[in-house]
Design a protein around this ligand. Structure first.
Ligand code: 8X3
Length: 250
């Protein structure tokens, strides 16, 4: 019998590519995001309502999330895999110049929203002996200028994933933290407030990861034999690595 994946933030980028990969592989997908029209297009592209269920809500709207979960059609209700992909970075300014509202939006979506939907689906995932795959980032581990709250939210995602594993021991539920580096997607347009020139500069000549690379990794993790848990996967394009520590001298 085909399995069901619930993918948050599925209207673009990693989420849409992941929906494509899982449905092509024979799974059903519940796709969530704010932009209902984009989700409807994805549903039509991937074979209609038998294959894809659209659940449009904002990760910060708990009542909307509850209503969407309560309205899952029976064929989609037994979720086997939760992919917590919804999340965003806003801004690249130093902390002292940041907009507090942007910090709150990142925390509300990347931390509170992710923890909330996970909490609501835990019993279902235990019943299905399912999997939780959380999208963290290399920014969870490596600080960089302008990463401030974004990196902090992703460190939460990584550590929450490991903590979930401890608590879910014996249930058969698997948990993985996936931590991508530079990947070409709308992420950068959102982060820069729609600055296409900044987007072009960032990716030019860098041969970044693509959303399909992430989707393939998620597909691999979700389809491993049930006795295998990948705790964390950190990935970068070959072009991305590290620099020496910065030293400020008087
Ligand atoms: C974002 C990845 O490399 O832009 O999650 O910080 S990177």
């Amino acid at each position: 019998m085909s399995k069901t994946v619930l993918i948050t933030g599925a209207s673009a980028g990693f989420g849409a590519a992941t929906a494509r990969r899982f449905v092509q592989g024979g799974w059903r997908a519940i796709v969530t995001a704010r932009r209902a029209e984009r989700l409807a297009d994805l549903q039509a592209e991937l074979g209609g309502p038998d294959k894809v269920h659209v659940a449009a809500f904002d990760m910060r709207d708990e009542a909307g999330m509850d209503a969407a979960i309560a309205a899952l059609p029976p064929a989609f209700a037994g979720v086997d895999c939760l992919i917590n992909n919804a999340g965003l970075a806003l801004g690249t300014a130093p902390a002292q110049n940041c907009d507090l509202a942007q910090w709150r939006q990142m925390i509300d979506t990347n931390v509170t929203g992710l923890a909330t939907i996970t909490h609501k689906l835990l019993k279902t995932l235990i019943a299905s002996r399912g999997a939780i795959i959380n999208l963290a980032s290399v920014a969870a581990t490596y600080p960089y200028p302008g990463g401030n709250v974004y990196g902090g939210t992703k460190a939460f995602v990584r550590q929450f994933s490991l903590g979930l594993r401890s608590d879910l021991a014996g249930t058969g539920v698997r948990v993985t933290s996936v931590e991508p580096g530079m990947c070409e997607s709308e992420f950068t347009l959102v982060r820069t407030g729609g600055d296409q020139a900044a987007y072009d500069r960032l990716y030019k000549g860098a041969n970044p990861l693509q959303p399909e690379d992430i989707a393939e990794t998620l597909w691999w993790i979700a389809n491993l034999p049930p006795h295998m848990n990948v705790n964390a996967v950190e990935m970068m394009p070959v072009s991305q690595s590290w620099q020496p520590f910065a030293v400020h001298r008087e």
